[in-house]
Ligand binder design. Structure first.
Ligand code: ADP
Ligand code: MG
Length: 252
């Protein structure tokens, strides 16, 4: 396994409050790596430091061999960061927004091709504000791909989406990885992390409390003698919902 991100003893204080308390982890080339943890655990802080958007208080971050302290500008060029959708000009058409981003990144970009990648080619002439929640998320992922990044950061990309849109986004994230990118994602949905992530780190109160594949973590818990209090059925309510309503997206 080749390491693409190496974080060592990372610390971040906001005034007297220590939000990240010396965490260390590696992300391997081509994996989907999940950062899980309760609200306030320090996930976004950690991501934003690696993304060069936030100053750290201590520790070392190396991204694709580049030291964050020495050459943050070089890191910026090889990563894609999903911005909060509120940051867009709501009245611009999708093609116009992509041209705008291409200009910001100083990258030649084919808006139609990019929109096709995220299944939004039919919406090229729509304004951002006219999109559904799932479409907005897909569009914001498209904008992270403009500079053909080696690493893509997605902070809670599926929060608030319906089950169909969530599955559609999982497919998109898998596609991006299949094309060779490394993906780092945060989520509060454990089924999503289980389906999507090769490895996850569980972070709580600024510390990593476990890091492994989802499968290994579940086996480890079962091996302690843990059993679910209730008889597990072979389907979940979400399975029922998808079975009844189908997998097709509703907001196209
Ligand atoms: P998560 O993404 O895991 O929910 P965050 O990284 O956003 O957590 O926040 C971690 C902690 O740091 C929280 O207690 C939050 O209130 C605090 N925090 C985040 N950003 C700031 C800031 N700019 N100023 C002060 N405290 C902050
Ligand atoms: Mg967060």
């Amino acid at each position: 396994m080749k390491t693409i991100i190496s974080v060592k003893n990372l610390r971040k204080s906001y005034g007297p409050f220590e939000a990240v308390k010396g965490i260390s982890f590696d992300v391997y080339v081509g994996e989907i790596f999940g950062l899980l943890g309760p609200n306030g655990a320090g996930k976004s802080t950690t991501l934003e430091i690696i993304e060069t958007l936030r100053e750290k208080s201590g520790g070392e971050v190396i991204v694709d061999g580049i030291n964050l302290d020495k050459e943050p500008g070089r890191i910026k060029k090889i990563i894609g960061v999903q911005l909060q959708s509120s940051g867009y000009y709501p009245g611009l058409k999708l093609v116009e927004l992509i041209d705008l981003f291409g200009g910001l990144y100083n990258q030649p970009v084919n808006p139609r091709e990019l929109l096709k990648l995220v299944n939004l080619e039919d919406k090229a002439r729509s304004q951002f504000k006219e999109l559904s929640g799932g479409q907005k998320q897909r569009f914001s992922i498209a904008t992270t791909l403009i500079n053909k990044p080696k690493i893509i950061f997605l902070d809670e990309p599926t929060t608030g989406l319906d089950p169909q849109a969530r599955r559609n986004l999982w497919d998109l994230i898998r596609d991006i990885r299949a094309k060779g990118a490394t993906v780092i994602i945060t989520t509060h949905y454990m089924d999503e992390a289980e389906q999507l992530c090769d490895r996850i780190a569980i972070i709580d109160e600024g510390q990593i409390i476990s890091i492994d594949s989802p499968d290994k973590m579940i086996d480890d818990l079962v091996n302690t003698g843990f059993e679910r209090p209730k008889q597990v059925k072979s389907a979940s309510l979400e399975d029922v919902f998808i079975h009844l309503t189908g997998k097709a997206m509703r907001d196209e």
